[in-house]
Write a protein that binds this ligand. Structure first.
Ligand SMILES: Nc1ncnc2c1ncn2[C@@H]1O[C@H](COP(=O)(O)OP(=O)(O)OP(=O)(O)O)[C@@H](O)[C@H]1O
Length: 769
């Protein structure tokens, strides 16, 4: 292209490329250039950048489109830029403007390479524009075909510095210009992807935090408005969980829940139970263990200090603790089944001190003590808890016990395992089995807690009144220690040494203000109570002290004062009254309350058809015993001196309600004796009690519970008892003072009883005759 002379306008720090329309404010030199263009150059002028006082080698030829005033009154012009031009030397020209020699650059036919480069560049530019969501610009850029024109649209690119724009201006070669642009735009795109990501992340974080902050502030405001305590804020839980001494797995689970709480806030219907759950977790003594006192001599001393007598029981407990301590010190895990790894089962009637022995064991070891009452538990969830999703869910009793104890190695008394039932709500015994099984209980899972709880350091002690209702699998895990009951002198000693001092204290009396004589104690034991243990005894003492404290102090309570303090004796020897007619015999039985006497009554009914009816709360085995007794009597009637007509009448056998005996065959001798007494019309001697199974041939077979039965016989004031021969060894367990008070007849055949236990002749019958 031919060169021409044009007025020139240098723009400071602005780079214009071809194809732009720009308004320019006109200072004096600019005004001169524009004026010169309009008057002397066909409205054309050259515009070139001056960057930091450096003049560019190229500029653009522009036409003045319009002149006027900008806002504020400054003169301004609108310029449209055209082709690129090389700047030659300065020349003189009309007016105040500078004139230069310019050499416009011709736009040739684009090369193939230029087209390819242009296509690549277009893609990059579109990407950039897409990021900025500049959809209209994308359209106009896409419409540009010529590679050189496309390259010059970079004049608008805000990401290009003026230096780069000037370089573009000074690069007339289209391919070279596109290469530069591709490089720079590519760099920009890569950078902006990274920074976008960073920016995005940062923004998201900030937003989330802002959002949470805002929500929490709102929450606080709402709480305040509702008058709710701020203390139950969620952040509290995070701090508490972080501060608590928890095993890692537990902390993790707890923090997960805290997270849920924080995210969901109070609007979440689950918030309530998440809190309750967290409270439970935080309340559990995860890492708390008390140190065991393993001094066995001291252990025995503690047991002795807490309980009178029970020597054998204490021996067994100390032995058990010894074995346990040894196993633990050798790192042996206790193994299920019988043996010293098993759980102690303290079995015996109420009030013999099972619970207080359990407490004593805890004291002995220096452990915490908790009692878990199992009586009447039918629902598995009582033991293992309800799943959290269950409305009003709670942890089970085991978890509650651990929480209550405040340590992971307490003594837990499982009270009344014999009264655990099972029904459609699952089998609590199975859950207990898992609790007691050393192979499983280090990862006990309560449904509510839903975390592994290590119960392997817990010392479980079970108690039961009777053995036969304990689920077999559970019983197999236990080491049985029986406490059968106390003799009268035991009770007097327990009262003197333990119950009296304790009840005095409870009545706020000091020692010596009220004293009780041995005779008074003996009188209470004998005639005011008839129990295997000392529970009523203790209650009566409490009553006596309350009354005595109202009168003048100090006072000594003797046997004669009892009537006034606690009323008339409740039990008088009743055997003589009950057996005052033929057909009543005194048996010895074991009930849920320990040993007891029971009276079996037989009577002849009018009618001429034989047969037997049996009443009373009797089990099948007892009913069979009655049949056997009758069959025996029929078969031996002649020998026994019973007239055959007597046996034509129906017979009614009755065991009066009262203490319900356990089902079993041990009333056989008593039933037989009652029948014979009835049919012969001879009373059974009042001082006699008996127990034993009878076979059809009259053999007396052994029975259980000898000690409990003899204790009961003594309590009831009996002086003679009949026992099966094969039970003779059991007499070793019977306290000496009981044996002294009783004459024990050892018998092998029921005839030995029948020949000595009946009165010679019934007074009633003599009168009737
Ligand atoms: N040998 C004993 N020496 C001292 N006190 C005793 C003795 N036996 C029982 N007692 C006291 O008798 C009371 C009743 O005992 P405890 O409650 O332990 O009986 P229990 O056998 O657990 O009865 P239950 O089966 O009803 O739970 C307690 O106050 C206990 O201290």
């Amino acid at each position: 292209m031919v060169s021409k002379r044009l007025p020139v306008l240098f723009l400071d720090d602005i780079v214009l490329l071809p194809g732009m329309v720009v308004p320019v404010e006109l200072d004096e030199p600019a005004q001169a250039a524009v004026d010169a263009a309009r008057t002397s150059a066909g409205s054309e002028l050259l515009i070139a950048p001056r960057l930091e006082d450096r003049y560019a080698s190229h500029g653009v030829v522009a036409t003045v489109q319009q002149v006027g005033k900008a806002r504020g009154g400054t003169p301004a012009a609108v310029l449209r830029t055209g082709v690129r031009a090389r700047i030659g030397g300065g020349v003189t020209g009309p007016g105040a403007a500078l004139w230069v020699e310019v050499e416009p650059v011709a736009a040739g036919e684009p090369s193939e390479t230029a087209r390819e480069l242009a296509a690549a560049y277009k893609k990059l530019v579109v990407s950039v524009l897409q990021r900025r969501e500049a959809w209209q610009v994308i359209d106009s850029v896409s419409a540009i075909d010529d590679p050189g024109d496309l390259a010059d649209t970079a004049g608008w690119a805000p990401y290009l510095t003026n230096d780069r724009k000037r370089e573009l201006l000074e690069t007339p070669d289209v391919e070279a210009r596109l290469r530069l642009l591709i490089e720079w735009t590519g760099d920009f795109l890569a950078e902006s992807e990274v920074s976008d990501k960073i920016e995005h992340d940062v923004r998201e974080n900030v937003e989330k935090r802002n959002r949470e902050y805002l929500l929490r502030e709102q929450l606080k405001a709402i709480r305040k408005e509702l008058g709710e305590d701020e203390a139950e804020g969620n952040d509290d839980y995070r701090a508490r969980v972080e501060a608590a001494d928890l095993p890692d797995a537990v902390r993790e689970a707890a923090l997960r829940e805290v997270g849920k709480l924080e995210r969901a806030g109070d609007q979440n219907p689950e918030a309530g139970w998440i809190r309750t759950w967290l409270d439970t977790v935080l309340d559990l003594p995860w890492n708390v263990r008390t140190d065991d006192n393993t001094d066995l001599a001291a252990a025995r001393a503690v047991l002795d200090a807490d309980h009178h007598g029970l020597d054998e029981v204490k021996d067994r407990i100390v032995e058990y603790l010894g074995v346990r301590a040894r196993r633990e010190s050798r790192g042996l895990t206790t193994v299920g089944g019988r043996g010293s790894g098993a759980v102690i089962l303290l079995a015996g009637p109420p009030g013999v001190g099972k619970t207080s022995l359990g407490e004593s064991v805890a004291r002995t070891l220096g452990r915490k003590f908790v009692r878990v009452a199992l009586g009447g538990v039918r629902d598995e969830a009582e033991i293992r808890g309800h799943r959290r999703t269950y409305v009003g869910a709670l942890p089970g009793r085991i978890v509650r016990a651990i929480r209550e104890s405040g340590s992971m190695n307490p003594v837990v008394l499982l009270d009344e395992v014999d009264k655990v039932g099972s029904d459609y709500r699952g089998d609590p015994a199975a859950a207990l089995l898992e609790v007691l099984d050393p192979a499983q209980n280090h990862t006990f899972r309560d449904h509510y807690l839903d975390l592994d709880l290590d119960l392997s350091d817990v010392l479980f002690i079970a108690t039961a009144n009777v053995l036969d209702t304990i689920p077999q699998a559970l019983f197999d895990r236990m080491e049985l220690i029986s406490i059968d009951g106390y003799t009268e002198s035991d009770k007097v000693a327990i009262a003197r040494d333990f119950l009296v001092p304790r009840q005095l204290e409870r009545a706020a009396l000091s020692e010596g203000e009220v004293t009780v004589t041995e005779d008074a104690l003996r009188e209470i034991a004998a005639n005011y109570t008839r129990e295997a243990g000392v529970r009523s005894f203790e209650r009566l003492l409490a009553k006596a002290f309350r009354k005595a404290a109202l009168g003048d102090l100090p006072v000594s309570v003797d046997a004669g004062d009892l009537k006034e303090l606690i009323g008339r004796p409740r039990f008088t020897p009743e055997s003589s009254e009950r057996t005052a007619v033929p057909g009543v015999s005194t048996g010895l039985a074991v009930t849920g309350m320990g040993g007891d006497v029971l009276y079996i009554e037989a009577s002849l009914l009018p009618g001429d058809k034989g047969g037997l009816s049996v009443t009373g709360q009797l089990g099948d085995v007892m009913k069979e015993s009655a049949q056997i007794a009758l069959s025996y009597v029929r078969a031996h009637a002649e020998e026994l001196g019973i007239s055959p007509e007597q046996l034509d009448h129906p017979i009614h056998l009755h065991v009066p309600a009262g203490a319900v005996p356990k089902d079993g065959p041990s009333a056989g001798v008593t039933m037989t004796t009652a029948l014979v007494s009835l049919l012969l019309g001879r009373n059974v001697r009042a001082e006699v009690g008996m127990t034993g199974e009878v076979s059809l041939t009259g053999r007396v077979l052994p029975i259980g519970g000898v000690k409990q039965k003899l204790l009961a016989a003594q309590r009831a004031g009996l002086t003679e008892v009949y026992l099966p021969q094969r039970n003779e060894p059991d007499l070793d367990d019977v306290p000496a003072d009981v044996l002294e008070a009783l004459t024990v007849h050892i018998v092998a055949d029921v005839r030995e009883i029948l020949s000595t236990a009946l009165e010679p002749v019934s007074a009633g019958l003599v009168a009737a005759a």
